[in-house]
Design a protein around this ligand. Structure first.
Ligand code: ACM
Length: 639
């Protein structure tokens, strides 16, 4: 008995075509002969020459969805197999995750049945094993702090207090702050020993809280002695960070006494290097249940990251409930063989959906706010909008030529049209609901990867360009984004976007923050133009990039590969001229989800690079130390 009756094996031969060749073999374990079927697989290595396949007939492709038929009359006997090859690929396969992410069969009666797949095998070439990504590391000082503080001078103790508790005279807010960090700790480490107690304990040590107007809001100081711990803080964020450091020190000493100690005495003086310490999560390509999002926010807080950039929409799905347009989270999320949105990126025979209700969002925002994490929502417009356009077809110019342009991910005609009046009515209503849900100063509106040539086959867009005296995709994009910026300003919000927002004339630099992702130099160019900048270069901070070139390393490599050491060592400020440094607001990790089909892959790709970025965001350059980080990083919680 096989739980799945069919399996598709896939290998890639580097010398089989201009970009190599896939060989697929479908095995039949169903107990019956198989004939009169079609096969679908999803793969980021796309077929662009439909004729370049052998022993199969190419039927259609939409982005990474591919459909083939076997040669006429083919029957695969039970226990038998069918092999076909595909060589008209758009690029080389480079990693084990570049093959079929999912597959299914459509049978003669129209039913769909699942097909199991494995990672892609490399043939006719040496398949290097993945290298060691994290050395054992080396500790000069035995403290389990992540990120490492700006300054510390500590004497290690021989033992450790059982718990830390608020001294007599602590305010209700101080006690509540302990409770918040304690609850976060329990969620992150359900089997861990509580580092804090709200009640005094004879074997514990008291924390004496002092608000210190001389410290910045996120800064704190710890003065430790054998009898008490004095925690001075600038604001409630600083108090939380001081408590988090104490929880980390105690947890390390208790659970890994061979490496870590709790300080008997001494001082920590700490404050972040950057004010924007972000982590982005793409929940469109794969859906993350609310509990996973909540856990990620706890992880961010544990690493003293303070921005959660929630990438809620993309071509693959619109995940945010908007009451004015319920279609967005019905038609705009459900992917399946017979749904308006075809399967992509690991979807198979069963329809899959998933979205965040407004109640879910409120709960996430409340949790994040309590932990001093600002939730910055993103709706990715005008590009990356396939799901939106499928949900609301009135957003399209009905006269626009179909497939008149394709995004870099292979989606046809996927951008909201700046010349359709409904586009603005739609966005006004969406933003009305978003500002009710998200208190963040910034709303992120995407602005990335609009394909050159977008809208040029739209009669409405042509007319608008004539009226406005502008020409070309990016001038029109700038026209559109300026209108979106006005909508945000009218709602008291600032615009955040990806670096291409600056194309074609861009938007006003006032209250605009752009994320430099394409190359580090882009960040400097944007700062020179007057934009505030967050550095999130794909080459170091995109956590979907593989951690090495080796075939067995999962992930992508279009921006290069990044070992944890490279990510840790990358200095966003590196090339910034002094006069532009004030524009550099901070740094951010980006978790794009195309390859995150399992929690295993998520944890393998995100860790330890996320805490590496957290340390780069917090710790001054002079206090960064890769081997120390490598020794502490294995203590990181993961999803
Ligand atoms: C992006 O990676 N397209 C922002």
């Amino acid at each position: 008995m096989h739980p799945v009756s069919y399996r598709l094996e896939a290998s890639w031969q580097p010398d089989g075509g201009p970009f190599g060749r896939f060989t697929f073999t479908l095995f039949n374990f169903s107990g019956a002969p198989l004939s009169g079927f079609r096969i679908v697989y999803t793969s980021l290595t796309r077929v662009i020459d439909p004729k370049a396949c052998d022993n199969a007939v190419f039927l259609r492709r939409n982005a990474n969805f591919h459909e083939f038929a076997p040669p006429a009359g083919l029957t695969i006997e039970n226990g038998g197999s069918w092999t076909f090859t595909v060589s008209g690929l758009h690029r080389n396969a480079r990693h084990c995750t570049d093959g079929a992410k999912s597959a299914y069969l459509t049978l003669a009666d129209g039913g769909h049945v699942p097909v199991a797949v494995s990672d892609l095998l490399l043939e006719n070439a040496v398949s290097e094993p993945p290298p060691v990504r994290l050395p054992d590391g080396k500790l000069d000082q035995p403290y389990a702090l992540q990120p490492w503080p700006a300054k510390l001078e500590l004497r290690p103790g021989d033992g450790f207090p059982v718990v830390l508790y608020p001294a007599v005279g602590s305010t209700g807010e101080d006690v509540a702050a302990i409770d918040t960090v304690l609850a976060m700790y329990h969620r992150l480490f359900p089997a861990g020993h509580a580092p804090f107690s709200l009640a005094a304990s004879k074997q514990g040590r008291a924390i004496v809280f002092t608000a210190d107007a001389g410290l910045k809001a996120e800064a704190y100081r710890l003065d430790l002695s054998e009898t008490e711990i004095r925690l001075s803080f600038g604001g409630s964020a600083g108090r939380q960070y001081g408590l988090t450091s104490l929880a980390q020190l105690l947890d390390g000493a208790r659970n890994h006494p061979e490496k870590f100690r709790f300080p008997a005495s001494g001082k920590i003086s700490d404050a972040p290097r950057y004010s924007w310490r972000g982590c982005h999560l793409d929940v469109s390509r794969q859906f993350y249940p609310t509990a996973d999002v909540a856990r990620l926010i706890d992880i961010l807080a544990w690493f003293k990251l303070n921005v959660f950039h929630w990438h809620l929409t993309d071509d693959e799905a619109w995940r945010l409930e908007i009451k004015a347009y319920p279609q967005l989270t019905t038609l705009g999320v459900l992917r399946g063989p017979d749904e308006p949105l075809l399967p992509q990126l690991g979807n198979g025979a069963e329809p899959v959906g998933g979205f965040y209700s407004q109640a879910d969002v409120r709960a996430i925002v409340a949790q994040a706010t309590a932990l001093h994490v600002d939730v910055v929502p993103e709706i990715d417009i005008p590009g990356h909008s396939t799901a939106t356009l499928v949900a609301l077809p009135d957003l399209t110019d009905g006269q626009e030529a179909p497939e008149s342009y394709h995004s870099v991910q292979g989606y046809p005609n996927n951008a909201l049209n700046p010349a359709v009046a409904f586009t603005y009515e739609f966005l006004e209503k969406v933003l009305d609901e978003m500002v009710e849900l998200f208190p963040s100063a910034y709303i992120h509106i995407g602005g990335d990867e609009v394909a050159n040539g977008s809208w040029l086959a739209s009669p409405l867009a042509k007319k608008l360009m004539e009226q406005e005296g502008i020409s070309g995709t990016f001038a029109l994009q700038s026209y559109f984004l300026k209108r979106v910026k006005q909508m945000l300003t009218a709602r008291g919000r600032k615009l955040a976007g990806w670096n291409e927002v600056a194309h074609g004339g861009g938007v006003s630099t006032e209250d605009t923050l752009l994320m430099a992702w394409e190359r580090p130099e882009v960040g400097i160019e944007l700062a020179r133009e007057g934009y505030d900048v967050v550095m999130t270069p794909g080459q170091a901070y995109y956590l979907d990039m593989a951690q090495a070139d080796a075939w067995q390393e999962p992930g992508a490599s279009w921006a290069g590969t990044a070992t944890p050491a490279h990510t840790y060592g990358y200095e966003a400020e590196g090339e910034f001229p002094d006069e532009l440094k004030a524009r550099l607001r901070g740094v951010q990790a980006c978790i794009w989800s195309e390859h995150y089909l399992s929690r295993g892959y998520f944890n393998r790709l995100v860790f330890p690079r996320l805490p590496a970025i957290a340390e780069a965001a917090w710790t001054p350059k002079s206090a960064k130390d890769w081997l120390r980080f490598a020794a502490i990083a294995p203590l990181s919680p993961n999803l």
